[in-house]
Ligand binder design. Sequence first.
Ligand SMILES: Cc1cc2nc3c(=O)[nH]c(=O)nc-3n(C[C@H](O)[C@H](O)[C@H](O)COP(=O)(O)O)c2cc1C
Length: 184
Amino acid sequence: MVNILIGCTGSVATMKLPQLVSGLLVLNHPQIKVRIVVTEHAKHFFDEKDIHTDAEIFQDSDEWAVWSKRGDPVLHIELGKWADIFVIAPLDANTLAKIANGLCDNLLTCTARAWELSKPLIFCPAMNTKMYQHPLTVTQINSLVSWGYKHVPVIEKTLICGDTGAGAMAEVDTIIGVVESFIT
Ligand SMILES: Cc1cc2nc3c(=O)[nH]c(=O)nc-3n(C[C@H](O)[C@H](O)[C@H](O)COP(=O)(O)O)c2cc1C
């Protein structure tokens, strides 16, 4: 059994979430389970009905819905314990900055902040070329790499905003290949 947690942020590349989920679920490995944690902005870029029904989706409101008193589960801790692999795809500039600096103000960033460093965390940045070229980006990516997280670099293409250049999320097949390398 391999439990894969996908984190999705407010990047247009979240439109590829259905493809990523389905691709992971058909990997030739027994009993892959997938859960998804989304930011509020990520929710703009997909429709729940397009996501494979085996993949449960968690959002910020769930964190507080399951906790009311001492002894109740704390969702970001439970998701971290459940997952063997955490794949943040896409990782937008905002959440990259938060994770690099230790901020934890939503379900995704709390899960990342509490992530056990001994388990794989794969991150796939996605942002506009101008954001990507800002010196903050490489500094923040290097922080995550220094903690042992696996970086799946952006690719160059014409982005949704019309600009052409580096910043697009890696292809879904590339991301699935990296996840698979951690499973086998
Ligand atoms: C249509 C649209 C597309 C966006 N795409 C990206 C993107 O690919 N990468 C990025 O870093 N921010 C992108 N943003 C900006 C983020 O959604 C914004 O920074 C947001 O605050 C991110 O919140 P989150 O990190 O909590 O998901 C986009 C915004 C809009 C309106």
